[in-house]
Ligand binder design. Structure first.
Ligand code: F6P
Length: 356
């Protein structure tokens, strides 16, 4: 009999419940086990907040968005810091693990979660990690679950904005999630036929955006679609220190890049511009069939690892094959779009401006 803890941590995304269900279904199938839901991420381990689960808890959740276990952000840098509540977080997590007599904890999460999971591994706990995030920025895996659902949502936003941009001859700016990596913006920007795509990996030049818009007008195309990742920076901003950047952005009155761009474009060109920020819609709702399949497949792989007592790893997809990667190889590293990614080249050949 194995006792398995399971938790979801960090920002949620479509596919978490599909993965939870799959870990449970495959584990019940392969070996004798009890599954304990650790509630609200690592907080559940820290504050002993958990719930023993039954097979019925995993029924009917394949298509459900969010996470039945709840989630929270527990920054890695604070994990070893004793705060006002005087709690030693790492010690408490080990205590809860031991009290529940767990054989392992299955952890579903993104980059921050991988660092915390690695810390638990270093502390001697058995962990298996599944990579989730709409940002697709986890090292070692070609794809994370949540990413494709978010592409579907973002692309449908761009499609809808497209028709109204055309009717009104406007510049439409769609701001998507992605602080450090531009995967979601690049993929849905191309899928949605954007004219300008701005990603954090390529600091943009404002004048290049203007020349792209003017080029379209000169060809009789009176509307344009700009798709921008929330975390982009301009070439100029790149030269500033953190403090200078903060002051510079405060002065601009607008807290988001899309509104800064709108103000700039209207000042420079007088083209009427509008902003759309789909925000948390990108993380909500039912997972796409692709993500259901991916999350389910990763969940089965996790159950197989547990049955073979393989721990301390995250599950990755590499060239279509499911493998596991040691956590220490992945924790603390981001997967960004490489500057020689062939999709960047293809975007260029399609006449898309990357703002550079
Ligand atoms: O899950 C990653 C992400 O979607 C980022 O793209 C975004 O910046 C962030 O989460 C915001 O999440 P929250 O407001 O929940 O911290």
């Amino acid at each position: 009999m194995k006792r398995i803890g399971i938790l979801t941590s960090g920002g949620d995304c479509p596919g978490l419940n599909a993965a939870i269900r799959s870990v449970a279904k495959a584990s019940y199938e392969i070996f004798d086990c009890e599954i304990i839901g650790i509630l609200d991420g690592f907080k559940g381990l820290i504050y002993e907040n958990y719930k023993p689960l039954k097979t019925s808890n995993f029924s009917g959740i394949l298509t459900r968005g969010g996470t039945i276990l709840g989630s929270s952000r527990t920054p890695y840098k604070k994990m070893r810091v004793i705060e006002e509540d005087n709690i030693d977080k790492v010690k408490n997590m080990i205590k809860t693990y031991e009290k529940l007599k767990l054989d392992c904890v299955v952890i579903l999460g993104g980059n921050g979660t991988h660092k915390n999971a690695n810390l638990l591994r270093e502390s001697g706990l058995n962990v298996v990690v599944l990579p989730k995030t709409i940002d697709n920025d986890i090292c070692g895996t070609d794809v994370t679950f949540g990413f494709h659902s978010a592409i579907d949502i973002a692309t449908s936003v761009i499609d809808r904005v497209h028709t109204t941009a055309d009717s009104h001859d406007r510049v439409m700016i769609v701001e998507l999630m992605g602080n450090k990596a531009g995967w979601l913006t690049l993929y849905s920007g191309i899928a949605g036929g954007a004219d300008v795509i701005l990603i954090p990996e390529l600091p943009y030049k404002e004048e290049k955006i203007i020349s792209a818009l003017e080029k379209r007008r000169s060809k009789g195309k009176d509307f344009s679609i700009i798709v921008v990742a929330e975390g982009v920076i301009s070439e100029y901003e790149k030269t500033l220190t953190k403090k200078e950047l903060k002051e510079y952005r405060l002065k601009s009155k607008y807290s988001t890049v899309s509104y800064r761009l709108k103000a700039f474009i209207e000042r420079e060109t007088r083209y009427e511009s509008r902003v759309t920020i789909p925000g948390y819609q990108q993380r909500g709702g039912t997972p796409s069939p692709y993500d259901r399949l991916l999350a389910t497949s990763l969940g089965v792989h996790a159950a197989k690892m547990i049955s073979n007592d393989v721990y301390g790893k995250t599950i990755s997809i590499r060239n279509g094959v499911t493998v596991s990667t040691p956590l220490e190889e992945v924790a603390g590293k981001y997967k960004n779009i490489s500057l020689d990614d062939e999709l960047l080249d293809k975007a260029k050949l399609l006449g898309v401006s990357m703002g550079i």
